[in-house]
Design a protein around this ligand. Sequence first.
Ligand code: NAD
Ligand code: TYD
Length: 338
Amino acid sequence: MVDVLVTGGAGFIGSNFVRYALGRHADWRVTTLDKLTYAGRLENLHDVKDHPRHTFVRGDVADSKIADPLVRAADVVVHFAAETHVDRSIMSAGEFIKTDVFGTFVLLEAARQSTKLRRFIQISTDEVYGSVAEGSSQETDELKPRNPYSASKAGADRLAYSYFATYEVPVIITRASNNYGPYQFPEKVIPLFLTNALDEIPVPLYGDGLQVRDWLHVDDHCRAVDLLIDAGTSGEVYNIGGGNHVRNVDLTRQILLLAGKTDALIRHVPDRQGHDRRYSVDTAKLQRLGWTPSARFDEGLAQTVAWYRDNQWWWRPIKDADPAYRSYYTSQYGNRLP
Ligand code: NAD
Ligand code: TYD
């Protein structure tokens, strides 16, 4: 059996990865380590949390008493756990440093003591490259993160590399573009706009809406990570991107159309501070290992819209009844939405 530790497995991408991994690999035993912050929810794992090859541990990656023994028992660590929302990092960055940087350090310290570990996947992000005016970022490009979230991720990205270079920890670093799909917390643009639209609530488009993101279906991301566990080379960085470069305003119109609403719901609101204009990654290195994104964006987005429409049990308790979410929404949008 292969023992796989997934940190942040109760979040959006982590839970999709746990589900994918249990279905794809009959010889994997998966342990999820997750603190269950506002973004981590057992509902994300509802169909697999009692799976016979899955164990859930609630805990903080930055707590070595919990993290050490779990890392040491693992053949493979896939480290998704992080604070992930740019707007929250602009409001308050402390938790991003604690989890994304210090938490990664704690896991790497345990990894370097391990005699068993054969792969440590550091889930970084394309945002570490900063805003890319034209062309696509290569893995060798300079890192120019421009907000506290991407800077904390860049710190973790390079820290992980240093544990490969210094201690030969079998680290691989992935830099994926914006993900979309089921179970994404309704603070990120697609589920926020979609769930607002379903309720006829205006959608707050930052600035001119001409910013560009490269959308990657979460299933394609999971397949890429899975491939890299065996086929990747230690110490290397791999970009992962869907190749779907879409302007926010076009994305918004597409979401509204799929939700059966009109553009009248669009509100142009003051821009995000330091808003990165465009991200784009070159994925040739990963494609040489045999991976290509399989989701077509229009189909993937339509399926995602259908998922949120059909699974209101999942998001209504957050949007309609969670006081912490209401308080975040009010402080983020209160004086932006007219
Ligand atoms: P998410 O916010 O949905 O989930 C994060 C998970 O980490 C949650 O379950 C949360 O409870 C857990 N967590 C947070 N702090 C923790 C701690 N101290 N200890 C243990 N668990 C903790 O995030 P996501 O969108 O699923 O992103 C997962 C990873 O992928 C992150 O590292 C993120 O930087 C990276 N990434 C995300 C995207 C994207 O578009 N969402 C793109 C590229 C890379
Ligand atoms: P987001 O989903 O927060 O991801 P990221 O900032 O990590 O790319 O935002 C995606 C894009 O959508 C980004 O350009 C900011 C924009 N956006 C809005 O216009 N309005 C919003 O309310 C949010 C949350 C995002």
